[in-house]
Design a binder for this molecule. Structure first.
Ligand code: CAA
Length: 379
């Protein structure tokens, strides 16, 4: 595995770093406090090509590789994990799925505006009673000939209130279990489709998370993605790639907290010396640096495998499982190193600690990642 980054990859990393410092850092504390979606910043991310990074330029994308995506995601998440999840969902769950599996007409109509960042998308799989157990979909899509009738509720949908297009997973034929599930492209504003309550969350408070309500929504047949019954396999394939995005978000949260803790430890004095000179603090930083490097390697390995067209179910799950644990551990220690300052908003690390937790939950909990990994290694 060769991680010697190309000039282009380093340029993308630097551009994302500069953008995060100049555009995301100002106001990040206030957006977290007020649960304010970073609308202007997301628009600029679209203009920079960060919302459709790996999509072919002929469909409005930036035509970059997955390694560049990991590098950019880390830089964005270091500063604003909420903007990072908007980016991850649009890139990995929405654009990547459409590019790989949608029809040419669907790509022209939906992928192009999504990849170029003119609009953003959402991915609606989770339900009040079907999160990890994704085959137990209660949302129904009844086949009515030239359209499907969509009924049900989706929960915790990232970009739920701001998206223009939604990929919705629903059950068409319960007898066929997961083979009876379909995926559809649904437009905001269609009759019977309502954006429900906005969640008041512990972390990633700048991203907007909503329930979605479908009440006899007519979805034209041409908006089904792939063949009849392909929806569950579609969702699984898309989530494999999504896990690289969330792993990179977790990596960014960890490295953001580490950089702040290192800087603080080099300047804060206690017992007549900078606290980094106390082994109790230095060893914490040594652990953080080691674990972050290992998490970065796992993210880059999964990205390299994706770029090589390999099956990334195992490597993506490993990257997410490990990086999300590192995000949690690192942010807790970063708060500890900051002492009382770490507990107040101004120093950023308490926000990163709150943001870290979701990376162990969404796009497959850590327990689900262990199912995926253990099944893969048992094969
Ligand atoms: N990659 C590709 N295909 C997979 C797969 C994977 N990782 N895991 C399962 N499949 C396929 C299987 O091959 C099988 O297909 P075939 O019948 O064609 O062979 C099919 O899916 C069913 O597989 P299983 O019998 O193994 O299914 P299961 O019921 O045991 O569940 C699971 C498998 C891995 C637990 C799956 O349900 C899962 O991943 N659950 C977690 C769902 C999830 O990540 N939810 C997050 C919501 S999205 C989100 O958070 C978005 C957001 O807004 C941020």
């Amino acid at each position: 595995m060769d991680f010697n980054l190309s000039e282009e990859q380093l340029m993308i990393q630097q551009a994302a770093r500069d953008f995060a410092q100049n555009e995301l850092l100002p106001g990040v504390i206030e957006r977290d406090r007020d649960q304010k979606f970073p609308a202007e910043q997301v628009k600029k991310m679209g203009e920079m090509g960060l919302l459709g990074m790996m999509v072919d330029p002929k469909y409005g994308g930036a035509g970059m590789d997955s390694v560049s995506y990991v590098l950019a995601m880390e830089e964005i998440a270091k500063i604003d994990a909420s903007a990072a999840v908007v980016m991850s969902v649009n890139n990995s769950l929405v654009c990547a799925g459409l590019e790989k599996f949608a029809s040419e007409e669907q790509k022209v109509k939906y992928l192009t505006p999504l990849a170029s960042g003119q609009v953003i998308g959402a991915f609606a799989l989770s339900e009040p009673e079907a999160g990890s157990d994704a085959t137990s979909q209660k949302t129904t899509a009844e086949d009515k000939g030239d359209y499907y009738l969509l009924n049900g509720i989706k929960n915790w949908i990232t970009n739920g209130g701001t998206a223009s297009y939604y990929i919705v997973i629903a059950q068409t034929d319960p007898e066929k279990k997961h083979k009876g599930i379909n995926a559809f492209i649904v437009e905001r504003g269609w009759e019977g489709f309502e954006v429900g309550v906005k969640e008041d969350k512990l972390g990633i408070r700048g991203s907007d998370t909503h329930s979605l309500i479908f009440n006899n929504v007519k979805v034209p047949k041409e908006n089904r993605i792939g063949a009849d019954g392909f929806g569950f396999n579609f969702a699984m394939a898309v989530l494999n790639g999504g896990r690289i995005g969330i792993a990179s978000q977790a990596l960014g949260i960890a490295s953001g907290a580490y950089e702040l803790a290192l800087k603080y430890a080099k300047t804060r004095k206690a017992f007549k010396t900078e606290i980094i000179n106390h082994q109790a603090i230095a060893f914490k930083l040594a652990d953080m640096a080691t674990q972050i490097t290992a998490a970065r390697m796992l993210c880059l390995k999964a990205a390299c495998e994706k770029d090589a067209g390999k099956d990334i179910s195992e490597s993506g799950a490993m990257a997410k499982l490990y990086a999300s644990q590192v995000a949690m551990d690192t942010t807790i220690e970063a708060v500890q190193i900051h002492g009382g300052y770490g507990y107040v908003k101004e120093y950023h690390v308490e926000r990163l600690m709150r943001d870290a937790k979701i990376t162990q939950i969404y796009e497959g909990t850590s327990e689900i990642q262990k199912i995926v990994i253990s099944r893969s290694i048992a094969k």
